[in-house]
Design a binder for this molecule. Structure first.
Ligand SMILES: Cc1cc2nc3c(=O)[nH]c(=O)nc-3n(C[C@H](O)[C@H](O)[C@H](O)COP(=O)(O)OP(=O)(O)OC[C@H]3O[C@@H](n4cnc5c(N)ncnc54)[C@H](O)[C@@H]3O)c2cc1C
Length: 306
């Protein structure tokens, strides 16, 4: 039944790029997992609106895909469409006088950092190495090294997932807290984000970015596919330390492993299935709960069928 609806979507939106049954291992940083029904790549707001209208009208499931760096699709696949914003969401502009930097949701965090350095705008440096898109980072309220999206965001342009209307959401209405945003409930699609940064010296800003990159490369297993820190930080603890203290560092199940460099990372050593990763997740959660009475909650978004 739904297959027919997907076929209709492909026919009705012929000019929009659509990939059938994409292998989500190719679109996620874990390099593991099943297929989605479709990957839809609208190039501009109008195309996105048409796709959203069709999906809501037909009650078809879908989710927005950024860079897939915080996402795991179970091996049985996702029976919905992944919508990845395309070319029209790559704009970026910085104004040194006002300190404002505005960029499309699909711009990578590293590119935002590059433009901020060139414009002499400070404040984004701690976030520069997060391997996601600006939209994904706002949705997750991503953070690193005492920085967080909530510290720099000013407003966002979003599209309502049901009616396709666009509106500006000021920071105060974003409900930002540790790895949370109101977008996780509303399902609004983030189209563009404006950051309030501070004018500074380009060279000093660049030095800071390089310092954070060096720290990341030293402390994190950058050579293996992963989704970064797998678990949220439990209040009063560090997930990586609890996992290390539970003696789980380096534990391997199938192709999945608790990184021996940073125990907060679950990595794909090459041939991991999503099931390997999720089994390892459960072993880690159970052991840490038994040993320390702390429940580890995944930060990674897990979707799809077993
Ligand atoms: C090596 C490594 C290091 C990492 N380090 C950090 C770190 O230091 N700090 C940190 O916080 N995270 C870190 N992460 C996790 C990840 O990079 C962040 O969560 C990032 O913000 C996810 O962005 P993304 O574009 O990849 O989103 P995706 O993984 O594609 O999606 C994540 C969620 O955001 C939603 N989403 C994406 N774009 C939009 C949009 N435009 N509109 C609405 N919803 C959207 C998706 O639907 C999904 O629910 C790391 C990951 C890796 C692999």
């Amino acid at each position: 039944m739904e297959k027919n609806k997907w076929r209709m979507l492909c026919e009705e939106c012929k000019e929009i790029k659509i990939i059938k049954e994409p292998d989500m291992g190719q679109y996620t940083s874990f390099k593991a997992g099943g297929r989605a029904a479709l990957l839809v790549l609208p190039d501009n707001q109008e195309e996105l609106r048409r796709v959203l209208e069709y999906m809501s009208g037909e009650e078809l499931p879908y989710m927005i895909l950024g860079n897939g760096s915080n996402l795991l699709v179970r091996d049985g696949g996702y029976e919905g469409a992944m919508i990845k914003l395309g070319e029209g969401f790559h704009n970026i502009e910085a104004n040194r006088k006002t300190g404002l930097l505005t960029a499309g949701a699909n711009v990578s965090m590293s590119q935002v950092a590059r433009v901020a350095v060139d414009a002499g705008l400070a404040g984004f440096e701690p976030l520069s190495g997060i391997p996601g898109t600006l939209g994904g980072a706002l949705y997750m309220n991503a953070g690193a090294y005492d920085g967080e999206m909530s510290f720099v965001v000013q407003e966002a342009l979003v599209m309502n997932r049901n009616c396709g209307e666009t509106r500006i959401v000021p920071k105060e209405e974003m409900g930002l807290s540790y790895r949370r945003s109101a977008f996780q409930e509303s399902g609004d699609v983030i189209l563009q984000v404006t950051l309030q940064l501070t004018p500074g010296d380009s060279k000093k800003i660049e030095d800071k970015v390089m310092e954070f990159t060096r720290k990341r490369n030293e402390k994190q297993p950058m050579n293996y596919p992963s989704a970064g820190s797998f678990f949220k930080r439990p209040e009063g603890y560090f997930a990586g330390k609890l996992i290390t203290d539970a003696g789980l560092k380096g534990l391997k199940l199938g192709g999945a492993q608790v990184s021996s460099l940073h125990a907060g990372f679950l990595i794909n050593t090459g041939e991991a299935t999503a099931e390997d990763i999720l089994l390892l997740m459960k072993v880690v959660q159970r052991t840490v709960a038994d040993r320390f009475g702390v429940e580890l909650e995944p930060e990674v978004r897990i979707i799809g069928k077993e």
